[in-house]
Design a protein around this ligand. Structure first.
Ligand code: GTP
Ligand code: SPV
Ligand code: MN
Length: 584
């Protein structure tokens, strides 16, 4: 059977269940995109923004109860509960299907079903994979047009790759009571109903490229990670590639698009990806990364000409904004845009903004923009074989305890460092913000199987890589006793990347501490930076009690995995505690 008929068969089944009035197969063309936009402008799903300052840009306001990923309604449905592991919500596949097919039954009556074949990864890459999403949301369809390579290009890839990940999506009634984001990794299937937002609904992103892909990757010997990919150019013009895992809304897009404040010295950044990396080991034993996505679904608040001029230039044309505020002359606006609150602002829910307590833009408001519009997109961002990775960076928001940067002793210690990473929660998911939780490798909400097995996979991959990338931990978010950020962040993060590059090349000064190699204060280039010696010392200081408390938290977190947790990680844990206890 041809692959097209395989897809048709699944689409027919989905249509029998959801009973749409019409079925539209997407070809991925610009005409199709423009046609969809026209329909949404007519029915009010989109509002056209100022065509002079933001040409071909639109605003979408989502349902106020549907503004972020809902981790509590996200399930991994494996036959055995233990294969999903203690960090995932689990439901048996049979139960999940019975429960959710009732909701899908007739859910597209009176509506159109859009069939979206899409390719994750560069055209012509043996690492790329095909998904097919069917959805009754045009907002999802146009976002998928930007975020993935949609239509014929995917169908063509499929004829060779002969495998696709089906994803059934319907808006349902948008009630959280009837919202389920279901993953069936054993049959590589996604079912999502009741949300039209971001990672819940654009199934190529978190559902496929992370949860299902991580499961496939373990079986096939590669890795699917919540990582940005960047190239760091040095004064000689050589580019070194790094991949960095930070939790949601913790700085990946900003680091990936950073405008270096050391550009006059010859250090600059090239963007390869801002959210997801698929990592493979090539025939020479070199770790290589591709960005499976084709667009950016980035956090709007905090993005300004000062903090991220590259993002501002990427998103001022052909961009869809979701849940931002607008000015009376129809320009998008959000907190942290760098200007004062304009008169006559309309908030993200379409109300006149009067209140200075509530935010005008939702804290998780976003832009969807084509990656190729990024002025510093790497010339190799679509290289079929990806880019070679020399450093892996773990980062998260920690207002205390965690230094600006430090390096793991070796791969195994680095895996422990990632596995034990604590992170403050953000508005990217519903629930409390600012609570420290363990978020291993920034994958807690995105690993499609038991995380103990995921840690084992990291350890095994390390053994197969010939020249192991060095592993680092960064924290841009440490605060002083007044609650102010100690580190200026954004473009100044280049100073930390420069030290990382030096360490990759076996240079860069560091002291051996109980937590890893910490830079000496002088080894971070602070030339031209307005920062006090005290602040620098505090940023690099080791809070022994804080770290000991951290080892207790790691123990609780590791303990949940029982015997499945690799012994190596317990050894690393024991060693770190011993080093801390012995230190002054
Ligand atoms: P997801 O798209 O959810 O995966 O988020 P992300 O990891 O790409 O985060 P992003 O770069 O969008 O940043 C999230 C928020 O953190 C924004 O409000 C940024 O302004 C802020 N931020 C990013 N980098 C820094 C930094 O170096 N320092 C400080 N203080 N804030 C930062
Ligand atoms: C994240 O939450 O990590 C995101 C946004 O990148 S979403 O696509 O909604 O998952
Ligand atoms: Mn993300």
């Amino acid at each position: 059977m041809s692959m097209r008929s395989e897809v048709e068969k699944w689409v027919d089944q989905s249509a029998q269940l959801t009973k749409p009035d019409r079925v539209h197969w997407c070809n991925g063309s610009t005409e199709e995109y423009n046609g969809f936009i026209r329909v949404m402008l007519a029915d009010g799903t989109l509002l056209e923004l100022n065509s002079r300052t933001y040409p071909n840009c639109y605003l979408h306001r989502s349902h106020p109860g549907d503004v972020a990923r809902t981790e509590n309604l996200t399930f991994i449905c494996t036959e055995k509960r233990d294969d999903a592991g203690p960090s995932n919500n689990w439901m048996a596949p049979k139960e999940a299907k019975e429960k959710v097919s009732k909701l899908f039954n007739g859910s597209m009556k009176g509506r159109t079903m859009y069939v979206i074949p899409y390719l994750m990864g560069p055209v012509g890459s043996e690492y790329s994979k095909v998904g097919v999403e069917v959805t009754d949301s045009l907002y999802v369809a146009v976002n998928m047009h930007i975020m993935a390579r949609v239509g014929d290009v995917a169908m063509n890839h499929l004829e060779k790759s002969r495998e696709f990940v089906p994803g059934l999506h319907s808006l349902g009634d948008l009630s959280p009571d009837r919202r389920f984001i279901m993953h069936f990794p054993e049959e590589k299937l996604i079912w999502s109903i009741g949300s039209g937002y971001g990672g819940n609904a654009l199934l190529g992103k978190k559902c496929f490229a992370l949860r299902i892909a991580s499961y496939m990757a373990r079986r096939q010997g590669w890795m699917a990670e919540h990582m940005l990919i960047l190239g760091l150019e040095d004064p000689s013009g050589k580019v070194t590639y790094m991949a960095a895992a930070f939790p949601s809304a913790s700085g990946k897009t900003n680091l990936a698009m950073m405008v270096s404040t050391l550009e006059h010295e010859g250090y600059k950044v090239w963007t390869v990806g801002d959210d997801i990396a698929w990592l493979h080991i090539d025939e020479e034993g070199q770790l290589r990364a591709i960005n499976p996505e084709a667009g950016f679904f980035g956090v709007a608040p905090g993005t300004s000409v000062k903090t991220n001029p590259i993002a501002m230039r990427t998103i001022n044309h052909n961009t869809i904004f979701t849940n931002v505020a607008i000015t009376p002359d129809l320009q998008p606006w959000w907190e942290g845009m760098g200007n004062s609150t304009p008169q006559g602002l309309i908030d993200w829910q379409g109300r006149r903004y009067a209140d200075s307590v509530e935010k005008a833009a939702h804290p998780n408001s976003r832009f969807t923009a084509p990656a190729k519009q990024c002025p510093i997109i790497s010339p190799h961002w679509e290289a079929p074989t990806g880019v070679p990775i020399s450093a892996i960076i773990f980062g998260s928001r920690r207002s205390t305890v965690v230094p600006l940067v430090f390096q793991a002793y070796n791969w195994q210690h680095g895996v422990f460092m990632g596995a034990g990473m604590g992170a403050e929660t953000t508005a990217a998911a519903t629930g409390a913000v600012g609570v420290v939780r363990r978020d291993p490798m920034a994958m807690l909400p995105f690993c499609g199987y038991n995380m103990a097995d995921y840690f084992r996979h990291w350890l095994e991959m390390g053994k197969q890589i010939k020249k192991q990338p060095k592993i680092f931990r960064v924290n841009w978010f440490r605060k002083n006793s007044d609650g102010k950020f100690l580190w200026p962040g954004y473009g100044e993060n280049i100073r930390v990347l420069k030290w990382i590059l030096e360490r990759v090349r076996d240079g860069g000064k560091a002291v051996e501490t109980p937590i890893g190699y910490v830079p000496t204060p002088q080894s971070i280039d602070t030339h031209g930076l307005d920062i006090t010696t005290e602040a620098m010392n505090e940023l690099l200081s080791i809070d022994k009690d804080g770290w000991l408390q951290g080892t207790d938290n790691i123990e609780d977190s590791f303990g949940k995995f029982g015997k499945r947790l690799p012994d190596e990680l317990w050894e690393e844990h024991k060693d770190m505690r011993r080093r801390l206890e012995r230190s002054q």
